[in-house]
Design a protein around this ligand. Structure first.
Ligand SMILES: Cc1cc2nc3c(=O)[nH]c(=O)nc-3n(C[C@H](O)[C@H](O)[C@H](O)COP(=O)(O)O)c2cc1C
Length: 247
């Protein structure tokens, strides 16, 4: 595999606009490691992200197959499984259209179940962290989440995929101890990565004219029209998730 002018793997053939509109949340992974060269390219993209005043307060703990990595994944897996067991019931994933195995709701439930059941075996777990230099503010995440999205976009470009989760919150105390994370550092997210089982594809979102306003709140400009063929989603009802990836 060759490299392009800035040293990325030559496998990057997805255009930027196509890539960002076809980067799905990938929760099912082929059981194989992500090569270090690919991890390097993905994490390089993370380090290119913008941040307030270019302070670059983001730090990333990349956990693959060491004993510590396996412990970290296992700690999160337990919490994620408990959370999903409750959410599956409280959000009614097995009721209504969920009783039909081919419904979006049922497919989402299956993917989530498989995801949490196999969480301890995800090829890569990235803990996105934020080193604080002042008291927490509501907008501080804006200096770490663009980097998280860069990780997902770079993974997509290189034939991999992943998803940002808040699952680190289920084991934060234990993770801090295990990984020596300082007290002044926030754990902002847990990203899992690997080669997708299944595939990326157009994401489904609300139509532009429901999300983009012009000079007045609630009124969409005439130009705010999705490109022809865009997959749009209906407003969500309780527990429904029409964004589920097709297998
Ligand atoms: C802030 C944030 C938090 C998220 N938390 C979780 C999570 O805890 N677990 C999970 O499986 N997915 C999580 N996701 C992924 C979303 O569920 C996913 O992006 C969304 O359903 C759209 O899916 P799509 O990108 O495949 O269309 C999160 C995404 C964001 C941006």
């Amino acid at each position: 595999m060759g490299t392009n002018e800035i040293g990325y793997s030559a496998a990057d053939v997805v255009g930027l606009l196509e890539g960002l509109s076809t980067t799905r949340a990938i929760r099912r992974y082929v059981d194989e490691p992500v090569p270090e060269g690919v991890l390097r390219d993905i994490m390089f993209a993370a380090t290119r992200a913008p941040s307030g005043s270019n302070r670059q307060p983001f730090r990333f703990l990349v956990l693959t197959d060491s004993a510590v990595a396996q412990q970290a994944k296992a700690l999160i897996a337990v919490g994620a499984q408990k959370m999903w067991a409750q959410k599956r019931i409280s959000d009614g994933y097995d009721a209504g259209t969920g009783i039909h195995t081919d419904s979006p709701k049922s497919r989402m439930a299956n993917v989530m179940q498989e995801y949490v059941d196999n969480f301890s075996r995800v090829p890569v777990l990235v803990l996105a962290c934020l080193v604080r230099y002042r008291e927490p503010t509501p907008s501080e995440g804006a200096s770490v989440y663009p980097a998280c999205q860069n990780i997902l976009l770079a993974a997509r470009a290189l034939g991999y995929g992943g998803v940002l989760t808040g699952f680190q919150g289920f084991a934060e105390t234990e993770l801090r101890t295990l990984l020596n994370i300082p007290d002044d550092t926030a754990l902002a997210g847990a990203i899992t990565l690997g080669r997708p089982v299944g595939h990326h594809g157009p994401v489904r979102r609300l139509p532009m004219n429901q999300l983009i306003y012009g000079d007045e709140w609630g009124t969409s400009p005439l130009w705010a029209i999705d490109p022809p063929g865009t997959a749009v989603m209906a407003r969500r009802t309780n527990g429904e998730n029409p964004t589920i990836n097709k297998k």
